[in-house]
Design a protein around this ligand. Structure first.
Ligand SMILES: [Ca+2]
Ligand SMILES: [Ca+2]
Ligand SMILES: [Ca+2]
Length: 673
């Protein structure tokens, strides 16, 4: 046995800094030019009959001061077809229909202004004339022209803000688009339970530098023409994937918007800038909406792929769901799911992708830079004396041997390299009180190419011991677990399982490498490797050793005593699944024993299951990722939040973002304080 000590670099700060930098790099920084405040001018044009179209009248104005956004209003209800075209430098645009502005505040709210119909605003970029076609007989028809006027704005094109230690994506603040303050203080709901996606009537060819002006134009129209308190949407997403704070009041608070009749309280409204009536929303915008909602919904523990029952508060005539109606809606829905509208156009068909992306970003925190796709190994243990578990992560293949120690809310407690910096085979992790008389340790095992090295650390990176678990030539990698499996020694033990390409050899050691036992967990010709966990599954006060077969072997889980006696054996998934199975343990609800938790290996869905040691199903289990996710899932049990029963920390395999999430045994996400 060999003992190795080397200088360890504490990485917590570096990991966080790299993380923030990687996220910020994803969004292009818009270029800003001279910008001015926006104002709505009301025009009352003369109307003339249209020869070719009965019951339609036309208004025509040219050589007016430049305007950037246009909309109409009249007394009474929305009726008939309204369309508009504009002229700039002598060139007319095509006719564009203007739908009713159906995303208003609830009829009885203080923002409602009944008695006047308003169309959606249309962003025209630059125009100096217009024609509108409207049904004849409209009373007090007005054309609203939003113009850049007034004082020049000093817009700070600063980098959008992101929280380094959570998955909050960078969001451009209201200052960055020159928002006007709301007329009165914002209203708040008790929480956010769902999200609605919208599109906006605007060109799909705007540049990044146009976005602040578009937002100011929409805000002016909503405040001055619609009479609302502020811009109606809580967030806006541009076609480049940039995220923008909409309605004021705090991006992480349940600000009541004015975006969907009957359901605005307790929902958040996200508008994608563009008209998707006849085409799909661009990929970066769909991705941006997903990343935004993965974070926003996570603040209240809402599953982005789930459904729930919502009660309409819409008492307006012609409501799709009259007040009091309970409607089952996706937690991320399109505007048209709640109101009579075509919004958000073909983006409605892309909402599955938004939900799926949101789910991927709905974990508690990123353990490594967002672009890292090597997968994350995970363990849990109590390091700080507060009875609340911490999380230990090990980077998967390709990522350098970086280990992180985290509070459940993503605050880093420690970080270090478990092996030489140039090693990229991945780091498997476990926790246990293995160091004689010492604190709880982090135990690491090298992935493929790292030799049979096991290392023992304290959370500050101090390397207290290390040894080779197998023959020095063994290079297939190994899995580790730690716990009190041998009652004859005062400290906890380290359990190793040979990796893919090795035999099914499980060994037990003291922290200094003193061998205490070993056995073959599967037939000796099985070369798929053995994942290991420990837990007292039979309640005798001594931990058993749980094994999960690696790839090629079927999802075979076994339970052993220290001396190799097999006391349990079952298939965790369909026997035809050969992607391997990860194992862990979690306290059973009565607290008397540990249950076995399993995660499907790579190639499988993110299916987590719960068993007792006989293989009886002990809980519902859950799918962690979206249905089409085949990265597999790794997990460890712990006590991360005193108010939540049966808790696991979850990560995914190669191909997924390096997110750490938390689930109850019956599936719902939760977020440690
Ligand atoms: Ca703790
Ligand atoms: Ca012991
Ligand atoms: Ca036991």
């Amino acid at each position: 046995m060999r003992r190795r000590r080397r200088a360890r670099t504490v990485l917590a700060g570096a990991i966080v800094a790299t993380l923030a930098g990687a996220i910020l790099a994803l969004v292009p920084t818009p270029s800003f030019s001279v910008q001015k405040a926006m104002r709505v001018d009301d025009d009352a044009p003369l109307l003339s009959a249209v020869a070719a179209a009965k019951d339609t009248v036309l208004a025509h104005r040219e050589s007016v001061s430049e305007f950037r956004l246009i909309g109409l209003s009249w007394d009474g209800d929305s009726k008939g077809d309204v369309s508009v075209r504009t002229i700039h430098d002598g060139t007319w645009t095509a006719w564009t229909p203007l739908g009713p502005a159906d995303g208003g505040p609830d009829p009885r709210s203080r923002e409602a202004h009944p008695g006047r119909a308003v169309t959606e605003p249309l962003w025209v970029n630059r125009a100096d004339g217009y024609q509108v076609r409207v049904p004849s007989g409209l009373t007090r028809m007005r054309v609203h022209l939003v113009r850049e006027t007034g004082p020049q704005l000093h817009i700070s094109a600063s980098e959008p803000k992101a929280h380094a230690a959570s998955q909050q994506p960078p969001i451009n603040s209201r200052d960055s688009w020159g928002a006007r303050p709301p007329k009165t203080a914002p209203e708040y709901a008790s929480n956010v339970q769902m999200a609605f996606i919208h599109h906006t009537a605007s060109s799909n060819s705007y540049g990044p530098g146009d976005v602040p002006a578009i937002l100011r134009g929409i805000q002016s129209y909503h405040m001055d023409s619609n009479g609302w308190n502020d811009i109606g949407y809580n967030f806006l997403v541009d076609r480049f994937g940039g995220l923008w704070e909409g309605r004021g009041g705090g991006i992480d608070r349940p600000v009541v918007g004015a975006h969907v009749l009957g359901f605005k309280t307790g929902s958040t409204g996200v508008a994608v800038l563009g008209d998707f009536s006849n085409g799909q929303a661009p990929g970066p915008a769909v991705d941006g909406a997903g990343r935004l909602l993965g974070w926003k919904l996570s603040l209240t523990g809402v599953d982005p792929t789930g459904v729930n029952n919502f009660r309409s508060g819409d008492s307006s005539s012609g409501a799709k769901y009259p007040a009091g109606t309970v409607v089952t809606l996706n937690n991320i829905s399109g505007h048209q799911d709640a109101n009579y509208t075509d919004c958000p156009g073909m983006l409605e068909g892309q909402l599955a992708q938004v939900r799926s992306t949101a789910k991927g970003w709905s974990g508690a925190f990123l353990a490594y830079p967002a672009g890292f796709r090597g997968g994350v190994y995970v363990a849990a243990g109590e390091f700080t004396g507060d009875w609340v578990s911490e999380v230990v992560t090990g980077a998967g293949p390709g990522g350098g041997p970086a280990v992180g120690v985290w509070r459940g809310n993503g605050t880093p407690l420690g970080g270090f390299y478990a092996f030489p910096v140039g090693f990229h085979g991945g780091v498997r992790v476990a926790t246990g009180r293995v160091e004689h008389g010492g604190p709880r340790n982090v135990v690491t095992g090298a992935g493929p190419g790292g030799g049979p090295a096991v290392e023992v650390f304290r959370t500050d990176g101090t390397n207290t011991s290390g040894f080779y678990a197998y023959d020095v030539r063994f290079n297939a990698g190994l899995y580790v677990a730690a716990g009190p499996v041998d009652p004859l020694s005062p400290d906890e033990e380290i359990v190793t399982g040979a990796g893919e390409g090795g035999g099914p050899h499980v060994r037990i050691f003291s922290a200094t490498g003193n061998p205490l036992g070993g056995f073959m967990a599967y037939p000796t010709n099985f070369g798929g490797g053995v994942r290991v966990a420990v837990g007292d599954v039979d309640g005798d006060g001594i931990d058993e050793i749980i094994t999960g077969a690696g790839p090629g072997g079927g999802p075979h889980v076994k339970v052993f005593k220290l001396n190799g006696t097999e006391i349990g054996s079952f298939m965790a998934y369909d026997p035809g699944f050969h992607g391997g199975v990860y194992v862990g343990t979690v306290k059973s609800p009565d607290g008397k024993t540990d249950w076995i938790i399993t995660g499907a290996g790579e190639g499988g869905g993110t299916h987590a299951r719960v068993f007792d040691w006989h293989g009886n199903v002990g809980g519902n289990g859950f799918m962690y990722g979206p249905p089409n996710d085949t990265t597999g899932v790794r997990l460890a049990g712990g006590a991360f939040n005193a108010t939540v029963p049966g808790q696991v920390v979850v990560t995914e395999g190669p191909g997924s973002i390096p997110m750490v999430g938390f689930r109850r045994l019956d599936g719902p996400a939760f977020f440690p304080p």
